[in-house]
Ligand binder design. Structure first.
Ligand SMILES: [Zn+2]
Ligand SMILES: [Zn+2]
Length: 225
């Protein structure tokens, strides 16, 4: 007897029985907005282009590529909020499953590194949601996660409240990477790409510590409005 008959999944978004092992029903999954035609380098939605966006051609970001299969828009926003509340385990499992086709199509990394939270925020929440997602993705691609590869050297202000220049200077030197990343091809994992400033600073720290290559894996990209 299939397991789904005994324990039918319950959709975290609409609470209906999912009839699948995932706790997200097929109609709710269909409501998620996909980041189609995204820039391969930075993940920004760039309809009309196949490749790098103009911004990346002019000023290439430190990462070699970005996977952001969905847009940060309802109902993805609810999944991400859920990832940051309670214990986030159900949402991490769902997001891992939703991202699986994209990460499996990417070249396998040597190591997966989650973007760390500051000590202060980690204490408030009790866990790092990017680390939960990294653990799920690691199972998909069979690569190790190094939770200590990156650390925050200080608390930084929420990035949404700052303009682009202030974001960069607020994050300069905010991350430090361990020697374990030297020579490694790294998949840097975060839940959402909002301004890109955080992953940029984290990727720069990994490269400065000798990582051979850094690509970014994130569930959703926040479209510029
Ligand atoms: Zn549903
Ligand atoms: Zn780009």
């Amino acid at each position: 007897m299939p397991l789904t008959w005994l324990w039918p999944g319950r959709c975290v978004l609409c609470r209906s029985a999912t009839r699948r092992t995932l706790d997200l029903c097929a109609p709710c999954e269909g409501d998620l907005k996909r980041n189609v035609g995204a820039c391969r380098r930075c993940g920004q939605p760039t309809p009309r282009l196949d490749g790098d966006c103009l911004a990346c051609l002019v000023t290439p970001p430190p990462q070699s590529g970005t996977l952001a299969p969905f847009l940060y828009a309802p109902p993805m926003t609810r999944l991400i909020h859920g990832l940051k509340r309670g214990n986030g385990l159900i949402e991490a499992r769902i997001l891992g499953a939703l991202m699986a086709p994209a990460v499996l199509a990417d070249t396998p990394p040597d190591m997966i590194v989650p973007v760390p939270l500051s000590w202060r925020r980690r204490t408030q929440r009790g866990y790092n949601q990017a680390a939960l997602l990294a653990a799920r993705l690691a199972r998909k691609v069979d690569a190790p996660v190094d939770y200590r590869a990156l650390r925050r050297t200080r608390h930084t202000k929420p990035q949404q409240s700052l303009d682009a220049r202030a974001r960069r200077s607020s994050l300069r030197g905010a991350f430090q990477a361990s020697a374990a990343v030297a020579g490694q091809d790294i998949a840097l994992v975060d839940d959402v790409l909002t301004t890109g400033a955080t992953t940029r600073a984290a990727a720069l720290a990994l490269l400065a510590a000798g990582a051979s290559c850094v690509r970014v894996w994130t569930a959703a990209y926040t479209p510029l409005v």
